[in-house]
Design a protein around this ligand. Structure first.
Ligand SMILES: [Zn+2]
Length: 426
């Protein structure tokens, strides 16, 4: 296929510009110092957790680490082995022999790779579920657990197949410049799915009821807290998390018209009203700073960068040999693309999670500023950590790569620092 050399240069310029925009957004919008000019020291573990609580957390993480690590490794290995060996080419040829139309071929190849990945990790994830159940963290039956796994797979297949049909379609229509429409489409898909997430995907897994139907006094108190915080909230929703877990949690999802604050029914059942208010004050911090919208926009730029990166990578001779084609409009590129996206997503985790941990710390400071209630903040951290069996003393490198929230002792250390700053010594 003949390509104008200018389009390759344009793709390099676009990739560099998108990377620069992403880094600039991350650099300027991440709250690197949630508590200005403070050095945060983790709180001493023995001050806030009993030796039994520490031992139980360690024992749980010792037990869960093997199924978790193996599921992660196998989940990466399956698309990588299929995409980076002749297996992918054979799979594409076999599908082409059975289906004529390219969108069907793309969808079929995507589905086969994702189903293979899901089946290969299923025993490991089941092992993890068994460990969680034995520690009383998971309360879900095997049937319910399998149904959730099936629904997660279905969502992944639908979204991934849609993205790949768009990519291959653009590559067929615009062979020399498909990075531009594919980048725009990838960004658009991130924005639309993040917006639609609370209304389309979350109801597949949980049922939501308005808080006022369960506890109108608490709802009134939380809405007053939001009003004092100048955050517009008309409703707090309760998720029926107790169907699957004893873990306590709350979160904000969506943005604009789909924005909502959700608390787990497990939190309502176990925590005092002060603690629920503290947790909601943290979520109000996310709402006040538009963390979901900002994260979505950063994700959209990241996705556009990823699409442009794919365009450039698919032109490398080594990658073209793996796909057996130099034409991204050929469904045979799908296994290679899935392998590259899997590796790229894994490599982008430290960046995403570093940003997330700082955003979470800012929401903690927000909760403290709003409630000015250090004892309840600490009580809530203790409850979250003990109930959810959070790793109290995680490995630094693993925490850097994988954790979305600061470790419990870092969160309490930040709160102690906040107290010293604003109220004198505790
Ligand atoms: Zn948060």
């Amino acid at each position: 296929m003949r390509r104008r050399p200018g389009s390759l240069l344009a793709a390099y310029v676009a990739a560099a510009a998108l990377a620069a925009i992403l880094l600039a957004l991350v650099w300027t919008l991440t709250p690197w110092q949630p508590l200005p000019d403070a050095t945060i020291e983790p709180a001493p573990v023995q001050r806030y957790f009993t030796p039994e609580q520490v031992a139980r957390s360690e024992a749980f993480h010792d037990a869960i680490k093997w199924p978790s690590w193996l599921a992660l490794a196998v989940g990466i290995a399956v698309p990588v082995v299929i995409g980076f060996t002749p297996l992918g080419r054979r799979l594409a040829a076999a599908v082409r022999g059975r289906a004529n139309r390219w969108p069907v071929q793309v969808t079929a190849i995507t589905t086969i790779v994702l189903v293979a990945q899901s089946l290969a990790t299923l025993p490991l994830r089941a092992w993890g579920h068994a460990v969680s159940t034995s520690y009383g963290l998971s309360t879900q039956s095997w049937a319910g657990w399998l149904a959730d796994a099936g629904k997660s797979l279905a969502v992944a297949v639908v979204l991934t197949a849609l993205a790949l049909v768009l990519l291959v379609g653009f590559a067929r229509r615009f062979p020399a410049t498909w990075f531009a429409p594919a980048g725009l489409a990838a960004a658009g898909l991130v924005v639309v799915s993040s917006f639609a997430y609370p209304v389309v995907f979350e109801p597949l897994f949980s049922r939501f009821t308005p808080l006022h139907e369960r506890n109108s006094a608490l709802q009134t108190r939380l809405l007053a807290l939001a009003a004092r915080d100048h955050v517009e909230v008309t409703e707090v929703l309760v998720a029926d998390a107790s169907r699957r877990t004893t873990a306590v949690n709350a979160y904000v999802s969506g943005f604009g018209a789909s924005k909502r604050i959700v608390v787990y029914d497990t939190l309502l059942a176990s925590a005092a009203a002060d603690e629920v208010a503290l947790v909601v004050a943290h979520e109000l911090g996310h709402a006040a700073e538009d963390d979901v919208l900002v994260g979505t926009l950063q994700g959209a730029v990241g996705a556009a960068f990823g699409a442009t990166g794919l365009f450039l990578l698919l032109r490398r001779p080594a990658v073209r040999r793996l796909a057996g084609t130099d034409d991204a409009g050929n469904p045979a590129v799908v296994p290679v693309v899935l392998a590259l996206v899997t590796v790229g997503s894994f490599l982008s985790l430290p960046l995403q999670n570093t940003v997330s941990r700082h955003v979470e710390a800012r929401a903690d400071v927000h909760a403290l500023d709003l409630t000015r209630d250090l004892p309840t903040f600490i009580a809530a951290q203790q409850r979250l950590s003990v109930t959810n069996l959070t790793h109290l003393e995680p490995n630094d490198v693993l925490a850097f790569w994988f954790t979305t929230h600061p470790a419990p002792l870092d969160r309490i250390g930040l709160a102690e620092q906040w107290q010293r700053r604003y109220d004198g010594p505790p």
